[in-house]
Design a protein around this ligand. Structure first.
Ligand code: HEM
Length: 192
């Protein structure tokens, strides 16, 4: 594996996941140490809200809203889902009461995992587009060389489309399970 791939994609990916795990453990530990375990129970609400707000990017992309810089909204999507996921993870803690919330949590983690993969695929796509532009501006370049560049472009975009076909259904499963968990909390609210 070449070192630029390792440094640019693999290391940040692993670091990001590690950071999420460490922040979750630290958050959970702090709440227990400060005797604030009850805070964790409510952290699910701002966490869910952050994830919901993050869908602004999707609304913008699908022209359901017309304002907002798409690039900034995508950065917000990434930041809000990571922060939201952290809150939901602390909220879940190590308490096991029912299977549904844990299924929702697994779906969320799969979403975060695939989201991070998408982020690095997109960065790679962007780099290829930049390369293509440069290629165009380079006069006298051999045609087959240019064809090769364009081919890689197409492959990267195709990869992105394939990735989307995975990330989107996982989101639907996560939303369904998350909603199921939220509805069941409201149904049983007065019983406790
Ligand atoms: C709870 C977790 C997450 C959920 C539910 C979620 C959901 C989604 C959805 C529904 C889309 C499709 C937008 C559209 O085409 O309309 C999307 C795109 C995307 N997400 Fe996530 N996501 C999550 C976490 C993440 C994370 C953690 C990252 C990266 C740090 C990320 C990066 C991306 C990227 C790069 C795109 C592609 C943008 C594009 O192709 O237009 N996502 N996400």
């Amino acid at each position: 594996m070449d070192t630029s791939l390792l440094n640019r994609e693999v290391v940040p990916f692993v670091l990001m996941l590690l950071l999420l795990v460490v922040a979750t453990l630290a958050g959970d530990y702090a709440l227990h140490a400060l005797d604030l375990v009850w805070v964790g129970r409510y952290l699910g609400i701002p966490g869910t809200l952050l994830i919901l707000f993050s869908f602004g990017y999707s609304l913008r992309k699908r022209r359901l809203i017309r304002s907002g810089n798409p690039r900034k909204l995508l950065t917000l999507h990434e930041t809000f889902t990571l922060l939201g996921a952290l809150m939901v993870l602390i909220h879940a803690g190590i308490h096991f009461n029912a299977i549904l919330p844990w299924l929702a949590l697994v779906a969320m983690l799969l979403n975060v995992f695939s989201g991070l993969i998408g982020k690095f695929l997109l960065d790679r796509s962007r780099r290829h587009v930049a390369e293509r532009r440069q290629t165009y501006s380079l006069k006298g370049m051999a045609k087959d060389e240019m064809e090769k560049e364009l081919f890689w472009d197409a492959v990267t975009y195709e990869l992105m489309a394939k990735w989307r076909a995975v990330h989107f259904p996982i989101t639907l499963v996560f939303v369904a399970l998350g909603l199921g968990h939220i509805v069941s909390i409201f149904l049983f609210w007065n019983w406790q």
